[in-house]
Design a protein around this ligand. Sequence first.
Ligand code: SAH
Length: 263
Amino acid sequence: MQFKAKKSLGQNFLIDKNIAKKIVQYGKISPDDTVLEIGPGTGSLTSEIIKQKPKNIILIEKDNRLSEELIIKYGNSIKILNNDILQIEENNFSKEQILVFGNLPYNISTKILTKWICNIKNKFWFKKLLLMFQKEVAERIVAKSKTKDYGRLSIISQWKMNVKKIMDINPFSFYPKPKVQSTLLEFTPKSNFFDISDVKNLEILTKTLFNKRRKMIKNSIFNIVNKDDFANIKLNIDLNCRPQDLKPEQYYILTKEIEKLIK
Ligand code: SAH
């Protein structure tokens, strides 16, 4: 390996070519696609993306050394931005909906995901996201109600997008080898999602209920909604259920009802 991987930038480079190929295949790149890759590193996914001949490729790499190397390797055919993805306003990437690949450091993947979800306007700026997570976090993102992994992250993640697990990836596919398994997830826009005015209200609701995960929701819900108001919310929620029994939709509807009361 030519580069000494920087721990601070969460560098675990994908070294298994077959996996890189597979990941890119899931993108189903067509000739008029604009592809954005975040954290391309040494270019293992990039090289596979190029083979699929999309119309445009944009790379965003925070590491100066790596982005210089990428410029040397790929030249002017690709737009390479030496930048921090967390500092970029994603809605301005392109007028067309783009395809996004990202094998990023685990902590950044979750940050990016929640930032992007909160900032999605009526029009989605992407058509598909293929992002890598630490397996345990991925399980929480895709979790259905009534399972042990279900919680705040599942409810936020499934609000505006369909989420799908694509595959687990073994630590041996990376160098240096990470301590945990990785999982690739696919996110696609929902044609309709609940129009919550302020995501903070959904956060407050899920936080308040899931902080008392094992308790019936009647023990915590009246910290947010007053009892009489709640009686008027026609949602058919059984107050004896636990937070993990409520479906994501019930959280979104409840948040909307609460917002009406606050107004
Ligand atoms: N995708 C490559 C590299 C994975 S390592 C592969 O699969 O081999 C993660 C990469 O993300 C590194 O290249 C690291 O420098 C880059 N990175 C880390 N934080 C970043 C950030 N905030 N913005 C953009 N790139 C980042």
